[in-house]
Design a protein around this ligand. Structure first.
Ligand code: PEP
Ligand code: MG
Length: 325
């Protein structure tokens, strides 16, 4: 990281005309939490817990998870952390959950779907998160939600877990909010129904894009289709962000595009105020947003929605970027 960029770590994250934004960090481990602090991120918008599981030979127990989450919270900027429940499967597998040989792992038994078949695993993680929540401002995030029924099952499980902890006299945070990742197109299409039953949402644009265009984001032969700067993606994002604004639901976008200058401009113009990205991108996005007014970004977003090809969108945004920087 260039020193000149980290130089803005203590400056507020605001647009040129003073609209506040939150620039949060995506982290996988403690070292990333320290990077988030170094660049002056406002908190942790996405803590991917799977790395703890990937480095173990067996399921980590409740105490070990609790200790690990507590440490991450204590070492994070402002102690604000959104902890995502286990998101294994797809490209990340562990032997102890059973060997699988699926023809389409990204469309298969992954993420929250594994939990539904192993509720005890989920309850252990929920308990560790709710307990660790006492050490900061913590939220719990569920990945790969597809239907409202899934969300209802999870909400019921959280409720039961809380009342068990209470009954056992185990200290935990009562104010841990729960949220849904919007990264399956079905969830985006039915966003209104999900918003009625969740505290907040986080848009996982990496997966949302690959599922929208039906192209594996890690397969170089088709990865060119996973282009965030494209009409279909912006239409869907616009729809989801509008629904959140209408209902006053807090929303973060935590995919890679949150840290990419051209995308960040459009997202800001569409009303997004909470961006979560790899810590390394925070200084650049902070500098970028401080050089644009809210009205300018709104105009850019409005224009982008009228365009019909990715090429048009990319060159339009590159020009705007040159103008403001
Ligand atoms: C996403 O899908 O956009 C996301 C942030 O989650 P991950 O990259 O861990 O799948
Ligand atoms: Mg994802």
């Amino acid at each position: 990281l260039k020193d000149s960029l980290i130089a803005n770590r203590d400056q507020p994250a605001v647009s040129c005309d003073g609209t506040q934004v939150e620039l949060l960090a995506n982290i996988n481990n403690l070292a990333d939490a320290h990077s988030a602090e170094t660049v002056g991120a406002g908190g942790i918008g996405l803590f991917r817990t799977e790395y703890l599981f990937l480095t173990h030979h067996d399921v980590p127990g409740e105490e070990e998870q609790y200790e690990y989450y507590r440490q991450i919270i204590l070492d994070s900027p402002n102690k604000t952390v959104t902890i995502r429940t286990l998101d294994l499967g797809g490209d990340k597998t562990v032997p102890y959950l059973g060997r699988r040989n699926e023809p389409n792992p990204f469309m298969g038994w992954r993420s929250i779907r594994i939990f539904f078949d192993n509720p005890k695993l989920l309850v252990t993680q929920m308990r560790a998160i709710l307990r660790a929540g006492r050490h900061g401002k913590v939220s719990m995030l569920f990945p790969m939600i597809t239907t409202v029924e899934e969300l209802r099952k999870l909400n019921k499980l959280v409720k039961e877990t809380r009342s068990n902890l209470r009954r056992e006299g185990v200290p935990f945070a009562e104010d841990v909010k729960t949220g849904v990742m919007v990264e399956v197109p079905a969830a985006a299409v039915c966003i209104e129904a999900l918003l009625r039953e969740t505290d907040f949402i986080s848009i996982g644009s990496n997966d949302l894009i690959q599922y929208l265009v039906a192209a594996d984001r890690d397969n170089p032969k088709v990865a060119h289709l996973c282009e965030p700067l494209s009409p279909a993606i912006f239409r869907v994002l616009h729809m989801v962000l509008e629904a959140c604004q209408r209902t006053g639901t807090p929303v973060t976008l935590c995919g890679e595009m949150a840290g990419q200058p051209r995308s960040a401009l459009v997202l800001f113009g569409m009303g997004l105020r909470r961006f979560s990205m790899s810590p390394a991108f925070v200084p650049t996005v902070k500098a970028l947003l401080s050089s644009v007014t809210t009205a300018q970004a709104e105009r850019f977003a409005h224009h982008v929605l009228q365009l019909s090809t990715g090429d048009e969108i990319r060159s339009y945004l590159s020009e705007r970027l040159r103008e403001i920087s």
